[in-house]
Unconditional design. Structure first.
Length: 414
């Protein structure tokens, strides 16, 4: 059997003694890789790397993901086990905050801790310590960092907490931004959240609906006292949003109407007074039902095939080589209706315009190897770049967070 990582933890073992402890341990197990208890996961003695904090490059650190082939010139590493990691945000110091809801989703995800977790790597060895930042959050989903606050969504509203990079646990009680009661409507609790470079907060609301019986969900800016101003309407399920690291460009991924021929998944840039047609129109001039008026529907900025299911995304920060430099990377969650399940699950990328940050070419597969039936990777839910250039990948079906980097990416000197 292929070796993996054992579930036990070594706690209180100094880095200098880690290798000796590892030699005495081996694993011959299922694709489950390591536990989520306090402390770092323990690599098995035959893993290609042993989480050394001394390598000059990131790819010389951490623990390789076995039986998955990363793109040429890149490495793929284990970071932490997190039950149901749905959304992530990366602090300025590289700490990764993860929304791990315990409430089940229509797509089948379930079993999280109902908490926001924080993944830290103080010794820079490429493996994270996972701890609870804030718990008691059954329906946490969207996360955003900005202006000295951590923002997060629950079904009924958005909350904020003071946050400083390096902080490991929430201080005080979250403040309710008191969004209107309509925010909790529509039947979907998996809201998206994003904050722009200048500090504008955006929140999304999806809605189940049929033409003539509902108006669809929307993406709104959040103002003083929780007031919402709609930017984009006519949306079905815009679960994931993000803003560019360098300017005020923000975007969302919109999921198409399941199993409806002609529907499509969309990437949309956030602009005022846009309408994307749901539930009566699939896209501009393309009605869901005969007679629907769709000529004025806004055209999406990019699209995906139905059931590819675009979730989290982010823009590369200029530290990767061409053709990836500045590109946009998207986690495709795959189909819930295919046989085998999750067909199409992978991470894709596209080069972008330096001004609009919208894709300028078709999507290209960056990381494959996801799927059921014993795969190490299962179903990517979110991707986020850290300030050090690493790409973090949340997999809510395998219950892990991974990271990727170019083999030349320099690591900090400890």
């Amino acid at each position: 059997m292929a070796s993996t990582l054992v579930r036990e933890k070594i706690t209180g073992v100094a880095t200098a003694g880690l290798t000796a402890a590892l030699v005495a341990m081996s694993a011959c197990s299922s694709p489950s890789l390591f536990g989520q208890d306090a402390g770092k996961p323990t690599p098995d003695s035959s893993a290609p790397n042993d989480a050394s904090p001394m390598s000059a490059t990131y790819c010389g650190r951490g623990v390789d993901v076995i039986d998955v082939v990363p793109p040429a010139g890149f490495c793929l590493k284990h970071y932490a086990q997190v039950d149901e990691p749905r959304a992530m945000v990366v602090a300025d110091n590289g700490d990764v905050l993860v929304a791990a809801p315990s409430r089940g989703t229509p797509g089948g995800a379930s079993g999280g801790k109902g908490a926001i977790l924080i993944l830290t790597d103080d010794d820079h060895d490429g493996l994270a310590t996972s701890s609870v930042f804030l718990d008691g959050l059954e329906d946490v989903h969207g996360l955003a960092l900005g202006g000295g606050f951590l923002y997060f969504t629950r079904q009924e509203t958005v909350f904020k907490l003071p946050f400083t990079a390096g902080q490991r646990v929430a201080n005080g009680t979250p403040t309710d931004l008191k969004l209107p009661a309509t925010f909790a409507g529509g039947g979907r609790w998996t809201h998206g959240l994003a904050i722009s470079k200048s500090g504008q907060l955006y929140a999304s609301r999806g809605e189940y609906g049929t033409c003539g019986a509902s108006h669809g969900g929307e993406i709104s800016s959040v103002g003083a006292g929780g007031a919402l101003t709609t930017l984009a309407s006519g949306l079905r399920n815009p679960m994931y949003m993000n803003c560019h690291y360098a300017d005020d460009t923000c975007a969302a991924m919109e999921l198409g109407d399941d199993l409806h021929e002609g529907a499509r998944e969309k990437m949309i840039l956030l602009r005022p007074d846009t309408n994307f047609g749901f539930p009566c129109c699939y896209t501009t001039k393309k009605p869901e039902m005969t007679g629907a008026a769709c000529d004025d529907v806004t055209t999406e900025d990019a699209f995906f095939e139905l059931t590819e299911t675009p979730f989290g995304f982010d823009w590369e920060r200029g530290l990767w080589p061409e053709p990836f430099k500045g590109g946009i990377f998207v986690a495709l969650h795959g189909s819930a209706y295919s046989s085998p399940e999750w067909q199409g699950a992978r991470v894709v990328y596209a080069p972008t315009s330096p001004t609009s940050h919208a894709p300028t070419q078709d999507w290209t597969t960056f990381l494959s190897g996801f799927g059921p039936g014993g795969s190490v990777l299962d179903r990517p839910a979110d991707v986020k770049f850290g300030p050090d250039g690493r790409l973090f990948i949340a997999d809510d079906a395998s219950d892990h967070v991974y990271w990727m980097a170019p083999t030349t990416l320099a690591a900090p000197t400890n």
